[in-house]
Design a protein around this ligand. Structure first.
Ligand code: PEP
Length: 691
């Protein structure tokens, strides 16, 4: 479910982002077109004339920049909570507007995608309902949006996006929109744009005639038009059915003085014509009239007709002529058509054989020095076939590529940072591990089992004691002897050098248990340790987990530290049950202890198949299970207790294999059987801690 929501949110976010980026961009690069659309809406609500042009132009730039920026922010998942709410609000308002235009049709085209994509009011409403649903999803789970750029670098995307879109708008306003989606774009054949394809549906009109006779006024149609005794008063014509409307349908050039329509003459003329276009000369920017006059001079020189098309009346034309010294002729064309032809007032269009060859804003007219040959020989007189590709490339290079590179660098940076942190963490972890390992005791304990008589035992204990006195060990050393040796051995050992332990103790405190030795008795000999749970005692003396539990409790109660043995048989190892076995042994006899009590337990892992057999577990095998034992202790008592618990390895340990075993991070020493019976071997193992 969580995965599904993630996918859904990100699909919705990308859909919204793509729509906002596209709609914002196409509007931003045509600020005047967007302003005209805003004017349409202003007129639709009856506010024409009350809102200044500057305000609607500002609204045009602000609206498109906001849309574009919200799209980019969604794409990069910037300020996810805030942006998702703003997008929801934005789409919500837009949906209400489209409901209104769907019902009342105050405008023909919503203008959502400028002139790039034209939608009917029904299509717009459907689109906005889909977007609204997507916006609800994104606003519901904003944090599910996956980030493409880390938080610390988001300001770069934010500022760059705002800068890019505002500069794009300003530049388009100064020059012309880089992409022209109107029927008067460069390369457009104006005559073709006016054609109605054969068989195309014609619009249907119905005319009603109002006539009167003898004081009676009635309406008639052509079908029931009355005789001449009726007097004509008025007529109304309404369109009853829509028909095919060609892309260019309102273009006409009319001679102001004569009223002659010269549209076809101009369009069918062979060769070039300059059309200076100004919807309203009274609002035209006259800053560059010098450059316009130079072009007129050039046009005259090379016999290229040049005319000004405007919707202004005689007075405005006269003012313009006085102001600029214009000598070119003036013709009348519909203002909306002129605004559609070029987004500049005034702007210059060059046509050849009725095809648009080039367009310029008055701010970017061809320089005089470039006008030094007939148009056919100049680049401005030719349609640039690469211009659209070049413009797309420019946008990609200026916007998409830097952000793509930023994203790439950011991801790389985040990734390397992550690696560095991981490394640092593992270094720190290793340091801690080493520190912790230093904190827990390194121990080598000997288990004499049922070997050596008292004299032999005393001699060995003395030899070990002397050897260690002469060469101080790097770990704790313990000798665990049969009961009868304990008191005497205690007498020959320096307790600071060598600890003393028993190999067993009773599971009863005291009383009529013939042959048993209690924990208290062990302690009274001077011993500090006791081995419990050795596999030989579990096997030969049927010591169950319950019995061992009692023994452990009594030993701890009497101040003895417990070396608690665990380990699996060969069959259990072969069945890969070693982990289960050792865990159960701990749980069965020592996991009832409190953490404080457990601090006095040393765990000895002794695979039964390795005890006294000459077969040693490999260092890797031992390390693996020691780590597992530590994790089991950590689960039970927490990491700190686990890290402080010494876990010894036992099973055919020798001076030759001890260094490799002891080098493992989770092996804290050994419980030594056979090799503890000879001082040199025992000392050899103890010395493994020095390597
Ligand atoms: C033991 O009995 O605890 C033991 C590890 O014996 P050995 O070292 O002889 O295998």
């Amino acid at each position: 479910m969580k995965r599904l929501i993630n996918i859904l949110t990100n699909v919705c976010r990308l859909l919204l982002a793509a729509t906002f980026v596209l709609s914002g961009y196409v509007k931003a690069i045509d600020p005047l077109g967007t302003q005209y659309k805003i004017d349409d809406y202003v007129a639709a609500v009856g506010l024409s004339g009350t809102v200044s042009d500057w305000f609607t132009l500002f609204a045009s730039v602000a609206l498109s920049a906001t849309e574009f920026a919200l799209g980019v922010f969604l794409l990069f998942a910037i300020q996810r909570r805030l942006v998702s709410k703003l997008v929801l609000g934005f789409v919500g308002v837009m949906t209400l507007i489209t409901v209104w235009i769907y019902i009342y049709s105050p405008v023909e085209d919503c203008g959502c995608f400028g002139d790039a994509i034209q939608l009917t009011n029904g299509e717009t409403l459907a689109k906005n309902i889909v977007l609204l649903l997507a916006a609800v999803v994104v606003a519901r789970w904003p944090l599910r949006m996956v980030r493409f750029v880390s938080k610390s670098n988001q300001w770069i995307v934010t500022n760059y996006t705002l800068l890019f879109i505002i500069v794009s708008s300003a530049w388009s306003l100064y020059t012309l929109p880089p992409f022209d989606f109107r029927p008067y774009h460069i390369g457009a054949d104006l005559r073709k744009g006016m054609e109605i394809p054969p068989g195309a549906k014609q619009p249907q009109f119905e005319t009603t005639f109002i006539l009167s006779k003898d004081g009676e006024t009635r309406e008639f149609t052509l079908d029931n038009y009355p005789d001449s005794t009726w007097t004509f008063i008025d007529s109304k014509t309404v369109q009853t059915e829509a028909g095919y409307v060609p892309p260019i349908h309102d273009f006409s050039i009319v001679n102001v003085a004569t009223g002659d329509d010269i549209t076809q003459e101009v369009l069918n003329r062979k060769g070039y014509t300059f059309l200076l276009i100004s919807p309203f000369l009274e609002q035209a920017d006259d800053t560059n009239f010098g450059a316009i006059d130079q072009i007129y001079e050039y046009a005259k020189q090379y016999n290229v007709p040049m005319m000004c098309l405007t919707a202004s009346g005689k007075a405005a034309i006269g003012r313009w002529q006085d102001l600029t010294g214009a000598e070119y002729p003036f013709y009348t064309t519909d203002a909306t058509t002129l605004k559609t032809m070029i987004r500049s007032n005034p702007g210059l269009m060059l046509i050849k054989d009725g095809v648009v060859v080039n367009k310029w804003s008055h701010n970017a007219l061809p320089k005089q020095e470039r006008l030094n040959a007939p148009l056919g020989q100049l680049s401005i007189g030719k349609i640039d076939p690469t211009s659209v590709t070049a413009r797309i490339t420019k946008v990609v290079l200026w916007f998409a590529l830097p952000l793509f590179l930023l994203t790439l660098a950011d991801r790389l940076w985040t990734w390397t940072k992550w690696i560095r942190t991981q490394r640092k963490r593992s270094k720190l972890y290793n340091l801690l591990k080493i520190k912790r390992r230093k904190m827990r005791k390194k121990i080598v304990a000997g288990n004499w089992k049922m070997n050596l008589n008292l004299q032999e035992g005393l001699a060995l204990a003395k030899e070990v004691n002397d050897a260690l006195a002469a060469d101080k060990p790097n770990c704790d050393v313990i000798i665990c002897t049969p009961f009868i040796h304990l008191a005497s051995v205690a007498g020959v050992l320096d307790s600071k050098l060598v600890g003393l332990g028993a190999e067993n103790c009773a599971d009863k405190e005291q009383g009529a248990y013939t042959g048993e030795v209690s924990a208290e008795m062990v302690k009274s000999t001077g011993a500090q340790y006791v081995i419990l749970g050795h596999s030989e005692r579990r096997e030969y003396y049927n010591e169950t987990p319950e019995i061992l539990k009692e023994k452990v409790l009594l030993a701890l109660k009497n101040g003895l530290k417990v070396i608690f043995c665990i380990g699996e048989t060969l069959a259990e190892r072969e069945a890969n049950k070693q982990n289960e076995v050792v865990k159960a042994e701990l749980e069965g006899s020592v996991f009832n202890l409190s953490a404080e009590e457990f601090a006095n337990v040393i765990v000895a892992y002794e695979p039964i198949w390795a005890i006294g057999t000459g077969k040693t577990a490999t260092a890797e095998q031992a390390e693996e299970i020691h780590a597992f034992i530590r994790s089991v202790i950590a689960d039970k008592y927490g990491n700190e207790v686990a890290e402080n618990t010494s876990i010894l390895y036992g099973g055919s340990a020798k001076p030759s294999n001890a260094p490799e075993l002891f080098a493992k991070p989770n092996i804290d020493g050994g419980l030594i059987g056979g090799a503890a019976l000879k001082c040199a071997d025992f000392k050899g193992i103890i010395d493994a801690w020095k390597k």
